[in-house]
Design a protein around this ligand. Structure first.
Ligand SMILES: N[C@@H]1[C@@H](O)[C@H](O)[C@@H](COP(=O)(O)O)O[C@@H]1O
Length: 379
């Protein structure tokens, strides 16, 4: 998983919005071959939506051939009520861009048969060709969509009972009245998200710092479902500095340094190749359309495919990088600007004793018995 750290909310939102625009534009979607975008609600993606709307109005992107699937929706909340995710999406994004209403998919939390609604949603995703890019936010407990702690990492779209912590956190949208927050929701599953060709999570503010730490530095764990992104070959988390408060300094430096090296080497991540699968009829080979980009350089991401659409194992094509950032010899510390730090944390390649790094000579002598040829013995 990549971790992109930006100074503040605005810069992180801009990074994500530009990334989405790049992907959509390079894909060159058509009505027959739309770009399929998964979308979240909540305060975290608000800045992204604002910038996408601005860029749409400036003519830099169109959503006409973009099909959308939202992550989740409360159960039992009338769809035109302010807190419903339907209302949120139309108010903050859809009604300001040229997306076709028929291309918008949001789970119906008032469906007469909620189980059937979930199954149909999964089928609709498949019929659309799978999700090209899923944007996600996270909850303070590390949930992705409404996949609360303990959710199966193999879960699919389903009815989910909300954790008390989430009800309390989301009560801010219900005039801080916990009683008004629905107890249940429909949500895409962890596996539904992992099957997208690419996943981006936007994580902002100190409230998310613990969740970010658990999901980036700790092992994959169903108690922090965003951590499942560690298993995705093309996942990226974009956060602001405030959200990094619980990460180790070393982790922050590492992710910043690899981004810097990649930028200097002039490459971006590219996605697995060329094919894009349409609707898959069971037992018949899928129709495959090849979309070669005009100039398949590393700077130009290509439309992608997910092997999962073929009902097989997770996507297992990996990007081909034409540039290796560290072709010969690289030590992490050599990427850090401050020479003093660099010296302090970089063991000498040939001969190194801990004590030799301590400045005080007396202490060094006391801690380190000198070898036979050392000065004290010969003089
Ligand atoms: N179901 C949604 C999540 O999809 C969202 O990521 C989360 C975070 O919201 P916010 O960004 O407002 O913190 O809120 C809800 O729980």
């Amino acid at each position: 998983m990549r971790l992109i750290i930006r100074d503040n909310v605005e810069a992180a939102s801009r990074y994500v919005a530009n990334y989405i625009i790049d992907r959509v534009n390079h894909f060159r979607p058509t009505p027959e071959h739309p770009f399929v975008l998964g979308l979240p609600t909540g305060s975290s993606p608000m800045g992204v939506y604002k910038i996408l709307v601005q860029k749409y109005k400036a003519g830099e992107v169109s959503f006409r051939n973009v099909v959308t699937f939202n992550m989740d929706e409360y159960i039992g909340l009338p769809r035109d009520q302010e807190q419903s995710y339907h209302t949120f999406m139309w108010k903050n994004f859809f009604s300001h861009v040229d997306v076709l209403p028929s291309n918008v998919h949001i789970l119906n939390g008032n469906a007469p048969n909620l189980e059937a609604e979930c199954i149909e949603y999964e089928q609709a995703i498949k019929a659309a060709g799978g999700i090209d890019l899923f944007l996600a936010g996270i909850g303070e407990d590390g949930h992705i969509a409404f996949n609360e702690p303990g959710s199966s990492l193999a879960s699919r779209t389903r009815v989910k009972t909300l954790a008390y912590d989430t009800i309390v956190a989301n009560s801010r949208f219900f005039d801080d009245d916990i009683e008004r927050v629905p107890r249940m929701a429909l949500t895409v599953g962890v596996q539904t998200v992992l099957e997208a060709r690419e996943v981006i999570a936007i994580v902002l503010g100190p409230r998310k710092a613990l969740a970010l730490q658990r999901c980036v530095e700790e092992p994959v764990n169903h108690m922090w479902t965003l951590s499942s992104l560690q298993m995705h070959p093309h996942a990226m988390t974009v956060c602001d500095e405030n959200a990094t408060g619980e990460l180790r300094v070393k982790t922050v430096k590492y992710f910043k340094s690899i981004e810097k090296v990649a930028r200097e080497a002039g490459f971006k991540q590219i996605l697995p190749s060329k094919m894009r699968t349409g609707m898959v009829a069971p037992l018949t080979p899928p129709e495959t359309v090849i979309h070669e980009s005009d100039s398949p350089t590393i700077l130009q991401p290509q439309p992608t495919t997910s092997r999962m659409l073929l009902h097989t194992a997770p996507a297992n094509e990996y990007p081909v990088r034409s540039t290796s950032p560290d072709p010969v010899f690289d030590r992490m510390a050599s990427r850090i600007d401050d020479l003093a730090i660099n010296r302090a944390i970089t063991p000498e390649p040939v001969f190194d004793r801990m004590a030799s790094r301590i400045d005080e000579p007396g202490l060094t002598r006391r801690l380190t018995p000198q070898p036979p040829m050392a000065t004290e013995i010969t003089s």
